[in-house]
Design a protein. Structure first.
Length: 124
């Protein structure tokens, strides 16, 4: 699994790690049933603290992307209620769209950006 962390970013490392794993799932680089590296192994590979990896894995578990198994470690197991996921998406998009409106980005431009990003994941 390839993980790209920007140590100069304002975004917390555990959030970057979480996002990278979600991108991996969305682009089919990581699939249902795949094991993620152990906390210790991923921490060594990326060069970060084990607690940071553990926090990312815990969030992914809470969000329904992985199951934590004492024997197998973190396993990709998508367990998301679609209606709940849509509601969460709406909440996230509200802030993003409000920011876009404040910056005079049109609805058409927003749709173009969304289509472009969606196609990037389909090509994955």
């Amino acid at each position: 699994m390839y993980v790209k962390i920007d140590f100069n970013s304002d975004e917390a490392i555990y959030i970057q790690l979480r996002n990278q794993i979600i991108y991996g799932i969305a682009t089919s680089q990581i699939q249902e049933g795949d094991n993620l590296p152990s906390v210790r192994e991923l921490a060594e590979i990326v060069g970060i603290n084990m607690h940071t990896v553990n926090k990312a894995y815990s969030i992914l578990k809470q969000e329904g992307y992985v199951k934590l198994d004492r024997r197998k470690g973190a396993v990709i197991a998508i367990d998301i209620d679609k209606l709940q996921a849509i509601e969460q998406l709406k909440e996230s998009l509200r802030v993003i769209l409000a920011e876009a409106i404040c910056k005079n980005i049109s609805c058409r431009e927003i749709h173009e950006v969304i289509d472009q990003i969606y196609q990037e994941f389909e090509r994955g």
